[in-house]
Design a protein around this ligand. Sequence first.
Ligand code: CA
Length: 101
Amino acid sequence: MAGPLEQALAVMVLTFHKYSAKQGDKFKLSKAELKELLIKELPSFESKQMDDAEFQKIMNDLDINKDNEVDFQEFASFLGCVAMGFNEFFKEHRQKQLCKK
Ligand SMILES: [Ca+2]
């Protein structure tokens, strides 16, 4: 039985491959695949309201080696940034809770 963190890591890998295998290079996310992943798997990321220019900016930021695809390494960096965002949110929330006491 895997621990919750191991499960979370497996979900990260499996989610990437679920979308990367859809078209073209099976181990990289195209722009369309990345968009679908963001909309379906990270709905609180506001990807639904994102217009094409905003989405293109995210794609450009993530595509570090500029091959117009997002490989797992680039995706993992992105998840790291999202996790850091969650951590900041958690810290602020904790801070407010501790101040109330
Ligand atoms: Ca790339």
